[in-house]
Structures are given as C-alpha cells and as structure tokens.
Write a protein that binds this ligand. Structure first.
Ligand SMILES: Nc1nc2c(c(=O)[nH]1)N[C@H]1C(S)=C(S)[C@@H](COP(=O)(O)OP(=O)(O)OC[C@H]3O[C@@H](n4cnc5c(=O)[nH]c(N)nc54)[C@H](O)[C@@H]3O)O[C@H]1N2
Ligand SMILES: Nc1nc2c(c(=O)[nH]1)N[C@H]1C(S)=C(S)[C@@H](COP(=O)(O)OP(=O)(O)OC[C@H]3O[C@@H](n4cnc5c(=O)[nH]c(N)nc54)[C@H](O)[C@@H]3O)O[C@H]1N2
Ligand code: SF4
Ligand SMILES: [Mo]
Length: 747
C-alpha cells in the first residue's frame, strides 16, 4: 500500500513538476497550521462524517471541530474506497468554502437588467412565492415541460424530483455533453455497458496503462491517482499520449507528443498493428466479439508510416507501444478518459478506445476493466411522476438518438425562440453549475438566458451565472448539510453519509429543504412525503440493514458483493447488452443511426498562420471555476498562465511572466490578461491554459480578474453528430501584447 507521501509524489514528480512541488509544499504547510490548532486541544475530537463536494469523486471523510464548534480540518475516511483515508489538496481545503466571506448569504430577487448585479434581499417565503407563481404561469401558457434543470452536484437530486413532479424530465448535467458523454455512448455501443464514475478501470492491478490525453495527477481524481501510483510502484508501463508533457507523461515509459486532434489515427493504427501481428486475444475475440473480420479489413490502410505523417509520432514508437500493450494483455487499460468532448468525432474516438481494449481482452479481466456493483437504496414512496408531453428531444427530431442523457447545450439552443419549433424553454433552474464558464459558445448561452421568463440559480457563491438569475437561492455548503447517501459503483458496493458538521451560516439552507418547501407551494407535497431529511435517510438505511445512527458513527459502510463476478471466469459464457449479444467491434447501433459502424479517420482544421490551438486542462489544487476564490486554495495557485513553446515566444518576442491577451479566430479577446509561461513541455503548434480562471464577478474578491478564461475563447464548437457533445478544442488563438483600445470585447 502506498502512503500519503507517495500519493502526493504523483502530483509533484516529473521533470516539469517543480512548480507544482512548491505548491504542494505550501499546501502542506497551510494544513499543518490548521492541524496545529486542532492538535493543541485536549478534548476528544468532535468528528462528523461527510463526503466531499469539491469535485465529483465524492471521497468520504471526517470533519473535525474544536470545542467551540468551529470546523478545523477534514480528513479521509480509511474505509472509503474512493480515497482510502487520504484527501487531495482540494478536499482538505474544503474548509475554505465554509469560511469564505464572499459566500451568498440570503435569497435575492433581481431588480435590474440581467447580467447587472442589482438584487434585493428577500425572505425565503417571498422567494418561493415568486418562483412558484412564475412556474405556474409558464406551465399554464406553455406546459410544465418548458422548464429545465441544469445540475452538477449532490443537492441537484432534490430539484430533479421537484421538476419531475412538476411535469418536466428536461434535466441536464454539463458532465454529459461537455464531459464524459462520448465515452459513455462509445462504450455502451461496444460493450452494452457504461464506464461509470468512479471509472471501472482496474488500475490497481494493471501492467500497462495508456492515457489518451487523460492527465491523471493533474486530473486529481483521488482513488484513481492512488491506484496509478501503486501500479507504477509495481512496475506497470505507463504510455501517455499528450501534446503536452503532463505530470503523467513525466511518470511514463513512453510519452507520445501527438499532434492534437489526430488521436483517432493513432488508435486505428494500433488496432491494425495488433491484428496484423496477431497480438490480439484470439480466444476472447472469437468467443465474445462481433465484426472482427470487417474490423480487420477496415483498419488495414492505417499503417505506422501513414500515421507518422498525421500524428507526427515515429513509426517505431507506435510499434513499440502496441507491443507493450500486447505484452501486458489482458492486464492492460487504454483509459477511456473522462473529459472527452474534444473534436466532434469523440464518440468515434471512444469507440476506437473500446475496440482496442476489446481485442486485447481487457474488458472483464483483472488489470483491465472490472464489473462494479452499486448498493441500491429504495426510493421513499411517492406517487408516480406525471408523463411529460414533450421532451428536449422534440427540439431535435431524428438527431442524437444515441445520447443517453439530456444535452445541456441542447436545452440552451432550444431556449432561443425559433419559428420552426412550437415551443421553447421558458424557465431554468441552475443548481451548482456555472453555465457561463461551463458551456462553450457563450453568445448562445447569453442569448438563451435573455429569452427566459425565469432563471433560478441555486449556488453557494456569487458566480457569473448568479449575475444572470432572477432569483438566487443561497445554499449552505456541504459541510453544513445533509444530502442523499452516496451510492457509487465500485469493486465492493458501499454507501457514505454526509451530515452537517455545523449550522448553516447566514440565512443559507440545504437543497433538500428548498426543494421540499417549493414543492409545498406548488401543491406537490406528496413527492416529498418524508418530514425531514433525517427521517428519509433513516428509513432508507433501515431497508438495507443499517440506520442513521450507525452511519453517523462509521460514515462509510461496505456490503459484500452478491456474486463473485468482478472479472469473467475462464471461458465464461456471457451475453452482452448489445443488439448482437456480443462486444460489438462493428457497431450495429451506429450503423442503424447512419454513422460509421467502425471508426474512420477524418482530419480536422489546422490553426491558420500566426495562430495556435488552444488546449486546456486541470491543476491539482483547483476544480473548474468553483475553487478559484477558496481562501485555502487561492494561495496554491492564484492565477493561470499560458504555456507557450520557447520557439514561439522567441518568434513573438514574448518574455516569461509577461502579461498578454489572447485573441481567438473569431476576434474574441480574453477579458483579462494572462502571464506567459515559456516551456518546452508544450508542442509549438498549441498553447495550454488551466480551465476555471478569469472570473468576471467582482463579488469574488480573491478570484476576480485573475488569469484568463478558456471558456470565453471557445466560440467554435465541433458538435458530435452522434450524441451532441460539444468538441471544444477546435479554437485557435493569437497573442496581443495590449488590449485593443476601443474595441468591444466580443464575448
Ligand atoms: N484537480 C482537478 N481534477 C479534476 C477536475 C478538476 O477540475 N480539477 N475535474 C474532474 C473532471 S469533471 C474531469 S472530466 C476530469 C478531466 O480530466 P481528463 O479526463 O484527464 O481530461 P482531458 O481533457 O483528457 O485532459 C487534458 C489533457 O489533454 C491534453 N490534450 C489536449 N488536446 C489533446 C489532443 O488532441 N490529444 C491528446 N491525446 N491530448 C490532448 C492536454 O494537454 C491535457 O494534458 O478531471 C477530473 N479531475
Ligand atoms: N472551457 C471549458 N469548459 C468546460 C470544461 C473545461 O475544461 N473547459 N470542463 C467541462 C467539464 S469536464 C465539466 S464536468 C463541467 C463542469 O462544470 P461546472 O460543474 O459548472 O463547474 P464550475 O464552473 O466549477 O461551476 C460550479 C458551480 O457550482 C457552485 N457550487 C459549488 N458547490 C456548491 C454546492 O454545494 N451547492 C450549490 N448549489 N452550488 C455549488 C459553484 O459556486 C459554481 O457556481 O465543465 C465543462 N466545461
Ligand atoms: S478527489 Fe479531492 S476534491 Fe475530489 S472528492 Fe476527493 S478529496 Fe474531494
Ligand atoms: Mo467533467
């Protein structure tokens, strides 16, 4: 088992990880300060269980308070498979969310124009009356289906129930069309199953991990990073395909600095090499797969020499890495990635990843992909939800049929009135998602917002999105509230409890309370028939042989698996949930929808002269735009910088640390300047920035104006025709040493 030091090591090692190492260090110091205060107390620690809301890995932990009830620190729960007792920097820094003085404090109702920060304070009752009245009016005039919910976070589930009870199933999360949608659709079409979260990758026992972009270590999904660290210690081969020398690249045997947007060429070439050299798992392919012969023929043209011209990767390198995968198989993982909405052919790229795993026989095998199990909790009894008369799909007849979730950007598009449609969305609830910085094509988002009759934002902080709300409902932080039990898939089914460690500050409330009260105003009480959340949780827990009291003591409970089926047994018969009952190398679903049943390579546009491809990613100490103002995390990284290859800075005469503005292909200029970071760690044809910075809400006293926002520069969206994912890496930027005077910033 690796220890804490080794876990941190992965976020700080690698030739280029020095800057991060310094940051990690200051983080440790910050935390030991909190720990000192705490450790000085003689009293028995008061601790309550929680699961983290700083990102969606949802690690379970303990919140410690001092004897006057102040929250002091958060640590991981040893029994939790998501974190194994260790929190990442962001999770530990979660305390800062609670103490942030910039927090939303009480309900607000708009008095001025949308986008202008003019609100008046209101009582909760008044805010709910206002919302209920508007909702009823929209339902009367247009139908309840014309209200949508955007959600990203635990409390959103209560608003989902509210919306479904009201008559709308238009509930969208940006974690689909802006994140993992293509991989889920691609894997579903191939294996008949989803990748899920946490991913079902058996990294712990893998002998070869292939990362296509996926930047584990900067993408700080806790248990996954720990497993990668363990695998490295056990001698696993890491292959990283990334135009940037990421932290993972620094830990890799092979770093393939691919020309961005050409990954599908590499994947198809690997498939071809593995077939031609008979490196595939013959028994597995014979027994479980459909369409191998057609696959073999289709990929024949994709040779390493062909791929060299496209990807810039040397044929030897392509050959050697294919061989390394074969040597490790079936304990090999070509990682499906998570944020995969890149170039619009993302479902096809995900399909190629799925096919590669299938022919190497890694699906259902130790060190490849395991079969997870989820603890299932019964729903509290309620009447059936009304059947909606329309859904978002009606706005896109015949399109995106393979999308298995609602498209956030689809709702956005269908909100802008269009004579071809008989109805547009009129009301939005936005729970825990900062749509202005989350959705690409900001112009479209703002146009949609201007057409709304009602926008309710439920948030903890004044963010860009709250500036556009008609009503702001301030939620207390996850440290001050109950939520539903966490039931995530894993090797062992398990549940985790979140309970309040402190009373909500100011006049803030938890989502469950808001949704229940609002339901009451709408005459929908019977959908929230539990009296309070403790009753609901205790009732649910008792159905599975636990209780709220027990969970308050232990925080996490694991259950035995029903069957010994984590991996396939040798020669096990298995019917896959696909049309053919087999793993579909040749996808009949794709064929039925008119798409290539086997992925094909198509080139993407290149940056024009003087422009560079804008790529983006994560930093270990921040999550999207949500942590940038966090007083405990801001010092670890206060602003982002733009990574530019020294060859390019030389041509442009740019100096390290110099502030510049970025201008994209459509003339949009970054609202704030960003510092140059000249580094060999990025290819010359691309520039890289960490997502989430460049906040424009002045109420964020620490984050306002710090760094630049990738979001505002993503005006060209490469839409995935299969499932409506928004490819965001087809934008090109050039450098301005000064902001153009008089020119309006077109964002
Ligand atoms: N610290 C931290 N961790 C997080 C999050 C966070 O906000 N903060 N967010 C979480 C969430 S929701 C998600 S979805 C994941 C996202 O994390 P990942 O799924 O790992 O996201 P990617 O987009 O694959 O990773 C970005 C990497 O892709 C590289 N890249 C850019 N273009 C290309 C290309 O054309 N080809 C290849 N091969 N690589 C390319 C970039 O250089 C960068 O290193 O992270 C999760 N973990
Ligand atoms: N340009 C660009 N766009 C992206 C990405 C990118 O890398 N670049 N990444 C994409 C990906 S992978 C994803 S998953 C999405 C993520 O997108 P989002 O989830 O929208 O991420 P954030 O921008 O951090 O917005 C989170 C919002 O939730 C609020 N919040 C935080 N905690 C709570 C809480 O407990 N309760 C409530 N009610 N609100 C809370 C925050 O204050 C903030 O307003 O973005 C996608 N969009
Ligand atoms: S990975 Fe970090 S931020 Fe995410 S849930 Fe776990 S501790 Fe929290
Ligand atoms: Mo994501």
């Amino acid at each position: 088992m690796s220890n804490r030091r080794e876990f941190i090591k992965i976020s700080s090692l690698g030739a280029g990880g020095l800057a991060l190492a310094a940051n990690t260090f200051s983080w440790s110091r910050g935390m030991s300060f909190a720990q000192d205060i705490f450790d000085d107390k003689a009293e028995e620690p008061i601790r309550t269980p929680t699961y983290c809301e700083l990102c969606f890995w949802k690690c379970a932990g303990w919140v410690y308070k001092d004897d006057i009830g102040d929250i002091r620190k958060i640590t991981g729960n040893d029994d939790d498979p998501h974190c194994n007792g260790r929190f990442c920097p962001r999770g530990t820094g979660g305390v800062g969310m609670y103490y942030d003085k910039d927090r939303l404090r009480r309900p607000l109702i708009r008095t001025g124009e949308k986008g202008e920060q003019t609100f008046r304070e209101a009582s909760w009752d008044e805010a709910f009356d206002y919302i209920a009245k508007k909702m009823n009016k929209i339902a009367e005039e247009h139908g309840p289906e014309c209200i949508a919910l955007f959600t990203h976070g635990s409390g959103g589930k209560f608003f989902s129930t509210l919306l479904k009870a009201f008559g709308s199933t238009n509930i969208a999360a940006p974690s689909f069309a802006q994140c993992r949608g293509p991989r889920e659709v691609g894997f579903l079409a191939t294996f008949g199953e989803l990748v899920l979260s946490p991913e079902r990758t058996d990294i712990r026992d893998t002998k070869c991990l292939v990362l296509i972009g996926s930047h584990l270590g900067e993408n700080m999904h806790n248990g996954q990073v720990q497993e990668m660290s363990d695998a490295i210690d056990k001698g696993a081969t890491i292959i990283t395909v990334d135009p940037r020398y990421s932290i993972a690249a620094g830990k890799s045997k092979y770093w393939l600095p691919i020309k961005p947007s050409t990954d599908l060429a590499l994947l198809l070439t690997w498939i071809n090499l593995i077939i031609q050299n008979e490196w595939y798992d013959k028994d597995y392919v014979e027994k479980y797969t459909y369409g191998f012969d057609v696959l073999k023929e289709t990929v024949k043209p994709y040779t390493p020499e062909w791929a060299y011209g496209i990807t810039g990767l040397k044929p030897d390198m392509i050959y050697d890495t294919a061989k390394a995968m074969h040597d490790a198989a079936p304990a090999v993982i070509i990682h499906p990635g998570r944020h995969v909405t890149w170039y619009g052919d993302d479902t096809q790229r995900s399909r190629a990843i799925a096919i590669l795993n299938a022919i190497l026989g890694s699906w259902g095998r130790r060190g490849g992909f395991y079969y997870p199990e989820v603890a299932s909790l019964p729903d509290y009894p309620h009447p059936p939800f009304p059947e909606p008369k329309r859904t978002w799909r009606d706005a896109f007849p015949g399109k995106f049929n393979l999308a298995n979730e609602v498209l956030s950007t689809g709702i956005c598009e269908a909100t802008i009135p269009n004579t071809a449609r008989d109805c547009s969305f009129k009301g939005w609830f936005v729970y825990g998602t900062n749509l202005i910085k989350t959705l690409p094509n900001r112009k479209q988002t703002l146009e949609a917002i201007q057409s709304l009759d009602l926008l309710v934002a439920i948030d903890t902080m004044p963010m860009e999105i709250t500036g556009y709300a008609d009503v702001i409902l301030p939620e207390c932080t996850y440290l001050e509230r109950y939520d539903l039990l966490r039931t995530s898939p894993h090797r062992e089914p398990n549940i985790a409890l979140r309970m309040p460690a402190a009373k909500p500050k100011y006049d803030t409330k938890p989502a469950w309370w808001m949704a229940k009260k609002l339901a009451s105003k709408l005459g929908l009480d019977e959908y929230f028939a539990w009296n309070d959340i403790e009753k609901l949780l205790d009732w649910q827990l008792k159905q599975i042989g636990s209780s709220l009291d027990e969970m308050k003591r232990i925080g996490v409970k694991k259950f035995p698996r029903k069957y010994d089926d984590l991996y396939f047994w040798p020669n096990q018969d298995f019917v896959f949930n696909t049309n053919s009952g087999k793993i579909e190398l040749y996808s009949t679903d794709m064929e039925n929808e008119g798409f290539d049943p086997i992925p094909k390579y198509t080139p993407h546009p290149e940056p024009p002269e003087g422009y560079y491809r804008l790529i983006y990613g994560r930093a270990p100490m921040h999550t999207f735009s949500r942590t940038i103002n966090n007083p405990n995390l801001v010092d670890l990284m206060a602003e982002n910088s733009v990574w530019i290859n020294p060859k390019v800075t030389k041509i442009w005469g740019l100096k390290n640390g110099q502030e510049i503005y970025l201008q994209n292909q459509d003339g949009v200029v970054s609202e704030f300047p960003i510092k140059v970071r000249a580094t060999e760690r990025i290819r010359w044809d691309s520039v890289y920035i960490v997502h989430g910075f460049g906040h424009s809400n002045k109420k964020l006293t620490r984050a306002f104006g710090k760094g630049a926002s990738d979001s505002e520069l993503i005006t060209n969206v490469m839409m995935d025709p299969v499932m409506g994912g928004t490819g965001m890496r087809g934008n090109f930027v050039t450098f301005l040493t000064e902001k153009p005077i008089g020119e309006e910033v077109k964002s």
